[in-house]
Design a protein around this ligand. Structure first.
Ligand code: FUB
Length: 327
């Protein structure tokens, strides 16, 4: 039976968990869902988050509580933000913790910001401006074995990735034909300062089993949002959400910047529209952190963070998680 933990905290709603291990302890960087009675739309208006709380756990035992360490950064302290502090991630370099987060700027355009702390749980001090060249949502920062840091990000629909197809922002872009190559996540290597990109982020290609780019109409496999990068046995695993079909899937490659080849399904749909995850190794086991709307009975913006153990097959594929099979 896989090690599985139900809603890790219930004093607040949390989503989009980016998990990391620092000093043998697990830290989770989630979105903080705010309950409200407003409506939903395809632009994600229901996700009206304003701050971040960092969660931590001393280990994965059922008896060990998951701690909410309180407010780590609030929108009011980030000069360039107008609203919607969505899914964050963090990176540690030289004793400093860098929190990466998406939010709408004063023009309503999603950008990525960075905030710095000496502690993994904050408080974080935000930079005055967003990262130059950043666009869209869902940053995930990966440190490679050679010490380089890569920022992956991007999301369709409310995440605005389609609006950047030409390289600049277009409010009403043409629809991508179903038989055209799908958009992929963006990737950029971070500079030494961890606050700027080495180059304008470029789009990653995800290929099918024949070496052809996955098509925009292939909604079971094409990239939608929520990228995560991890390395297993020397291979790079790019995992992501398929959005409209609600799967977590993954593709592998031999370079952190791709291309990647689709390999399979990581997790079947959870209760709720969104699905967003991270993967860590802890004490020799691998864990998938994710969220669902089980407690709120399907209210899309009242989500709870959970985790489960995952297992690899000998060929490097990952056994698919069926999130409610243990019930
Ligand atoms: O939490 C807001 C958005 O919902 C995230 O940015 C997406 O990944 C989806 O989970």
């Amino acid at each position: 039976m896989a090690k599985q933990r139900e809603a890790l905290v219930t004093n607040i709603f949390t989503a989009d968990p980016s998990a990391h291990v620092f000093d043998d302890k697990i830290y989770i960087y989630p979105s903080h869902d705010l309950p409200h009675d407003g409506g939903d739309d395809d632009e994600g208006v229901e996700y009206a988050m304003e701050d971040y709380h960092i969660l931590s756990m001393d280990n994965t035992d059922d008896a060990t509580p998951c701690i909410d360490n309180g407010e780590a950064l609030h929108m009011k302290d980030v000069p360039w933000v107008s609203k919607q502090m969505w899914a964050p991630d963090v990176a540690l370099k030289d004793g400093k913790y860098y929190l990466y987060f998406p939010a709408r700027d004063k023009q309503g355009i999603f950008r990525l910001g960075v905030a710095v702390s000496d502690s993994p749980v904050g408080p974080f001090k935000a930079e005055d401006c967003f990262i130059p060249g950043s666009r869209s949502i869902d940053p995930a920062v990966f440190k490679d074995d050679d010490g380089k840091y890569y920022c992956y990000n991007g999301g369709l629909w409310g995440g605005q990735l389609e609006k950047w197809m030409t390289g600049s922002f277009v409010e009403n872009p043409d629809e991508i034909p179903a038989d055209a190559a799908a958009l992929g996540p963006l990737v950029a290597e971070l500079n030494e300062d961890m606050k700027t990109f080495k180059a304008f982020p470029k789009m990653i290609t995800i290929l099918d089993e024949n070496g052809e780019p996955i098509k925009a109409g292939d909604e079971d496999r094409r990239y939608f949002e929520g990228p995560w990068m991890h390395k297993y046995n020397g291979l790079y695993y790019l995992s992501y959400s398929t959005g409209t079909t609600h799967f977590l899937v993954y593709a592998t490659g031999t370079s952190p910047e791709g291309p990647f080849t689709y390999r399979g399904r990581l997790m079947e749909p959870v209760i709720g529209w969104t699905t967003h995850h991270s993967i860590i190794e802890y004490h020799g086991k691998w864990y998938l952190f994710y969220h669902d709307c089980e407690i709120s009975k399907g209210i899309n913006h009242r989500r709870n963070v959970k985790f489960t153990e995952i297992f690899y097959n000998e060929d490097g594929t990952i056994k698919t998680v069926f999130p409610y099979d243990h019930k």
